[in-house]
Design a protein around this ligand. Structure first.
Ligand SMILES: *Cc1c(COP(=O)(O)O)cnc(C)c1O
Length: 394
């Protein structure tokens, strides 16, 4: 198989990120020489247990948590499922869940199946968002009830980067004795998080969104929060998650968190500068282009732009010819192009929702890459519009 890597302009970091070279080197010994089982009694295994301990501490430090509050899982999706299902088991009499209309499929589809598969035993409130992708806290407050088992609201949206007011929402749930989960997969590493100051009971993160490998995640469970495991088995993770630990990836995730902790503010300032240059440049040079999502309450790396009267997938194909990687907000399902549930929830007009492109940057992007994309995009959009039957002209 021939693989393409050289000269790729990678702006799809909300889909997955490059594993940092420092992470790879930290992992290597645990893929080669130190293969012991961390639960074994011998010193050979025990030293692997020490590596897990270090990784746990590094993750905890980044989040302002205690190491005992960190449980390693296989991915962000597992963490999300574990938190929500645990809460439902903790309160078998409570059958109401509050979430939003813009969650990642990891939460959205779980709630959808709970809703239907249990014969509507669960009542799900899916909070609306406004055209900028923001929630209405009055609607949220009115939805909180005695029957609510858990609130699950993402910290930052993967498609638009819009940030929700998690501190305030968690406090409002706590005041009513309701458990609060946040899918922080996109937030960790991009904005500061200090769980000691928050009423968040559960938080999910995923390694591959912050320069660690795929297949490792974390569920934070606040001390004292009632918890039921999702995977019952051995006594790994203090009985919270059975299954022999994915040692090398966990070590890698620890290193990734350490890297973030050392230079988050500095790097995110640089990434935001690049993102703003890209965004301002595209909006200025491409007619009928619109930003999706709140202008400021947004992750520093994400920019979602609609190019009206063209198809996102067609744009991506043309970008791909120049080795530019991004995502579109429409997915081709069963032959029809459906705009994403996120853009639909925001009420983005039909002509704009179809032509949306998400650019998501990382610390590895350069100004030269931004200039390259800014040079290519106007011509790509212009050529597609000339072929579009909907294009009304400039
Ligand atoms: C990627 C992502 C997930 C899923 O994480 P996996 O580790 O791929 O399972 C969940 N939520 C959000 C917001 C994401 O961006």
């Amino acid at each position: 198989m021939s693989m393409v890597k050289e000269n790729v302009v990678y702006m799809d970091n909300n889909a997955t990120t490059r594993v940092a070279p420092e992470v790879v080197s930290e992992m290597m010994p645990y893929l080669t020489d130190f293969y012991g089982n961390p639960s074994s009694m011998h010193t050979f295994g025990g030293q692997v247990g020490q590596a897990l301990k270090t990784a746990r501490k590094r993750v905890a430090d980044l989040l302002g948590a205690d190491p005992e509050e960190i449980t390693f899982t296989s991915c962000g999706t597992e963490s999300d499922s574990t938190a929500i299902l645990s809460a439902l088991q903790a309160y078998p009499d409570k059958r109401h869940i509050i979430t939003t209309r813009v969650e990642h499929p990891a939460v959205k589809n779980l709630c959808d199946t709970l809703d239907t598969l249990t014969g509507h035993k669960h009542r799900i409130t899916r909070l609306k968002v406004d055209p900028e992708g923001m929630l209405n806290l009055e609607e949220y407050e009115a939805a909180l009830s005695e029957d609510t088992a858990i609130v699950s609201v993402m910290w930052a949206n993967n498609e638009t980067g819009v940030i929700f007011p998690i501190a305030e929402m968690a406090r409002m749930a706590k005041e009513r004795g309701i458990l609060f989960h946040t899918d922080a997969v996109q937030a960790v590493g991009k904005i500061p998080i200090n769980l000691k100051e928050l009423d968040v009971d559960f938080l999910s993160l995923s390694g591959h969104k912050l320069h660690a490998p795929k297949g490792v995640g974390v569920l934070y469970v606040k001390r004292g929060t009632i918890f039921t495991p999702f995977l019952t088995g051995g006594h790994q993770e203090r009985g919270r998650r059975g299954g022999t630990e994915n040692v090398a990836s966990i070590v890698g995730l620890g290193q990734a968190c350490l890297l973030v902790a050392e230079k988050m503010t500095e790097e995110n300032t640089r990434v935001k500068m690049l993102r703003d240059k890209l965004e301002d440049g595209l909006l200025a040079t491409v007619p009928k282009s619109l930003l999706n999502g709140h202008k400021t309450e947004r992750l520093p790396n994400t920019c979602n732009i609609s190019f009206e009267y063209v198809e996102g997938e067609a744009i991506l194909l043309h970008m791909n010819k120049h080795n530019i990687c991004a995502s579109s907000g429409s997915a081709c399902t069963s032959g029809s192009l459906e705009p994403s549930h996120v853009l639909r929830a925001m009420g983005v007009p039909f002509t704009a929702a179809h032509g949306s492109i998400r650019f998501s940057l990382s610390i590895y992007n350069t100004e030269e890459e931004i200039d390259f994309v800014l040079e290519k995009m106007p011509a790509i959009i212009e050529s597609l519009r000339q072929m579009s039957p909907f294009w009304p002209g400039d």
